[in-house]
Design a protein around this ligand. Sequence first.
Ligand code: SF4
Length: 289
Amino acid sequence: MKRLTIRPSTVGSYLLCGGRPGQKDMPGYQIYPNEVLLFGSGMHWLIEQRLEGHDPSPVEVELQLHLIYVKDIPETYDMSKVVFLNKVTNKAQRKMMAKEIVEAVDLWETQVRDTLPDGRMLIEKKMTAEVCAHDDYAVDLTGTPDVVFPDDGVIIDWKSAGKMWDPKKMQGQIQPIAYPWLVSQALDIDITEFIFWVYDRKGKWWAPFTRQGPTEGQVAAFRDMARVVAINLHEGTWTWNPSGQGYTTRGWHCSAKYCDAWSLCVGKFLIADGKDGAEAPTQRERMNR
Ligand code: SF4
C-alpha cells in the first residue's frame, strides 16, 4: 500500500483547476512570491509573535518580510532573472509594507484580541490525520492551523483581503471542514467552531466569519474528495478547469497573474477569449497588482 500526503490548500487549488497542483513538478512551473501572499505571511507572523507575548519593532517586521520572500524563491529559479529581489532590498518598499502590517495588527489588537477564547492556545502546530486506507493507497491529511483553542473547541484562521468578504463566501470554503476534522483526529478533541478573522486592507477593519460543525456529511464528502485528489495527483489523472462559470468565461484563477503553471500550460487554450497568449507577468507586475 502506498502512503500519500495532501494538504487542505492543495485540495482547494485542485478544485479551482487540476492543472495548478498537477503541473507543479514540471519544467517551466514558477512559483513567484507575490505582494498579496507576502503581506498575508507577514501579517500572520506578526500576529503569531504578539500571541506569544513578543512585540517586534517595524524594522524587525521589515527583516521578516525579506526572509519570507527569499525563502519562497525556488532553488531552481534562474537567479540572473531575479529582478524582483530589488523589490525586497528596496528599503522604501519593505518599509511601506511593514508599516501596513503593523497597522493591521494594531487594529487586530483593538478589534479582535479581546474576542478570543481565554483557554490554552496551540499556535501554528502542524498536524496529520489519516483520511483513508484501503485498496492501493493510504492518504494522510496534513495541515498547520493558525491557532487552535483546544479547551474551547475553536480554530481561528487569519486572512487578509483586498476588500471585506461577502458572507456567502463562507458557504463553499473547505477549510472549515478540513481543519476541524484534522484537529479533532490529531488531538482527539471536539472542535465545534471555525472562525475566519478577515482583515480588509482597503477599509482597514477586521470581521469574523464563523462556521459551526462540520456535519458528518461534510466530513464524509471532504475525506472522499481529499482521497481522490491525492490519488489523481499521484497518478497524473487530473484535468483542467480554466473556466469560472461552467465553461462560459475564463475564471480569475486562470491567468498569467494568478496561475504559476501559466507559462507551460495547454489547458488555458480551452477558453476562446483571445487571452491565452498573454505573457507571464514580470515580478514587478505581480508585486504591484
Ligand atoms: S493556466 Fe489555467 S488551465 Fe492551466 S493550470 Fe492554470 S488555471 Fe489551469
